[in-house]
Design a protein around this ligand. Structure first.
Ligand SMILES: Cc1cc2nc3c(=O)[nH]c(=O)nc-3n(C[C@H](O)[C@H](O)[C@H](O)COP(=O)(O)OP(=O)(O)OC[C@H]3O[C@@H](n4cnc5c(N)ncnc54)[C@H](O)[C@@H]3O)c2cc1C
Length: 402
């Protein structure tokens, strides 16, 4: 222990890493957070930040900084199924809106908050390998811009290093609830496409797309098709993207009147959970739990992990609880909170039509404002699908229709 310069080394400084470092540093722990990227910089991700993520920023005292960037609030979610649209409010009185801040903006703000809290931030630092001693992770070895190999030691190394996590690759955690890539998504940015505070999504056979406002008066539009079509469509992404939008003619017209301001970016991701801790290591964010981006829950899930993991590590560092039991609670709490949404997300990501009983339910929700708000809160992560789809609630929604 005496040789450890740090309590925690956090690898990765975006949505999961910087908040973990910030929260640990705020509790008085000695933290190093490293990232091979420099900030501000972009990453392959769109960026709807649902109300639970906004609530985290508020709790951490960072929401005003996002608002100050001019990123417009999003007060309404509209899900267009073709025959009807479900339009509702995703938030609560306390946290009524979502935001769609660019990752160049949000991630920089998070890195700065970690530094302000007292964490040492090293940008442009690539971790090459874990230092392992007596069967436990004891630090990292890596290099900064000058290429010189550096070894740093800590009581715990936190992998906040994304879905290709080098930390996870080294510690080989148990992986479960696995599902393959289900869809691929391509996005770009448009000017002259006003959204009036709305997050709009469109559900069509084998296709899904969504649009919402972001910084600099731009609107991000992401289009998804089944993973099985990746090869067939990759030679003409723009053509397939625009053809897909035609499935909602009124929206396609709005896009035709707009100007594309960026290139197309796209990818597909697999789905899994990983055990997020072991001797001398922990995982947060995508490194520990990865799922399709169709519901846009990755960023606020990363925030939640940061809070749960920092709380558990604080308990372990201060000797309040043994590491195993505190981190076991982190894992159990994460899994319990996200599993119902994981199932819904991976169902949506198949882009198959909803099963008949769900179609009946969606039709019954339509026009019932309370139920539409409830549905918007499920999409926004404020209400668990388990709660919304519980028999009692379904009975209430379906009763008038019957
Ligand atoms: C196409 C797409 C669209 C998405 N849209 C949304 C959305 O609208 N809303 C939403 O909430 N989520 C969305 N997501 C998910 C979201 O991007 C992730 O859940 C989120 O970025 C996870 O944050 P993270 O900090 O865990 O990982 P990341 O953001 O991936 O950050 C990992 C960091 O680790 C660093 N790193 C990796 N290896 C090393 C190394 N060896 N040494 C040093 N540093 C290293 C990387 O440089 C990186 O900065 C989307 C994802 C994709 C792919």
């Amino acid at each position: 222990m005496a040789r450890n310069r740090y309590d925690a080394i956090v690898v990765g400084a975006r949505c999961a890493g910087s908040p973990t470092a910030m929260l640990l540093a705020r509790k008085g722990h000695k933290v190093l957070v490293v990232d091979r990227a420099r900030f501000p910089s972009d990453t392959v991700s769109t960026h709807i930040l649902h109300p639970p993520g906004v609530a985290s920023l508020r709790r951490w005292g960072l929401l005003d900084r996002v608002v100050a960037t001019g990123c417009p609030p999003i007060h309404t979610y509209a899900v267009d199924f073709g025959p009807f649209t479900l339009t509702g409010a995703p938030g609560t009185d306390m946290d009524p809106v979502a935001y769609g801040p660019r990752r160049t903006v949000l991630d920089k703000l998070l890195v700065d908050a970690a530094a302000e809290a007292g964490a040492e931030v090293r940008e442009g630092f690539t971790v090459e390998e874990m230092v392992v001693e007596d069967g436990r992770v004891a630090g990292v070895r890596g290099h900064g811009g000058n290429g010189r190999t550096v070894t740093e030691r800590a009581r715990v190394v936190v992998g906040a290093d994304g879905r290709h996590s080098p930390v996870a690759r080294a510690v080989k955690p148990e992986q479960y609830h696995e599902k393959p890539q289900l869809l691929c998504g391509y996005y770009t940015y448009w000017s002259g496409l006003p959204m009036d505070g709305r997050f709009e999504t469109f559900v069509r056979p084998d296709r899904g797309f969504a649009a919402w406002p972001t910084n600099d008066d731009l609107t991000v539009v992401i289009v998804g098709w089944p993973y099985a079509e990746l090869e067939a469509n990759r030679r003409d992404v723009e053509g397939n993207y625009l053809k897909t939008l035609e499935l909602a003619p009124a929206f396609a017209e709005r896009v035709h009147a707009a100007t594309r301001e960026a290139r197309f970016v796209g990818t597909a991701v697999p789905n899994w959970f990983r055990k997020p801790y072991g001797p001398g290591w922990a995982l947060v964010g995508d490194a520990g739990y990865n799922k399709d981006f169709i519901t846009g829950h990755g960023m606020h899930d990363a925030f939640r992990d940061a809070e749960l993991c920092a709380t558990a590590l604080d308990q372990a560092f201060t000797g309040t609880r043994p590491f195993e039991s505190a981190m076991g609670d982190y894992r159990a709490s994460r899994d319990r909170q996200v599993l119902p949404m994981y199932e819904l997300t991976t169902q949506f990501a198949t882009l198959e039509p909803p099963p008949p009983e769900q179609q009946q339910l969606l039709a019954a929700i339509h026009g019932n404002q309370q139920a539409m708000d409830g549905f918007a809160r499920v999409l926004g992560g404020m209400t668990s699908p388990a709660e919304f789809f519980a028999e009692e609630n379904l009975g209430r929604i379906l009763a008038p229709a019957r």
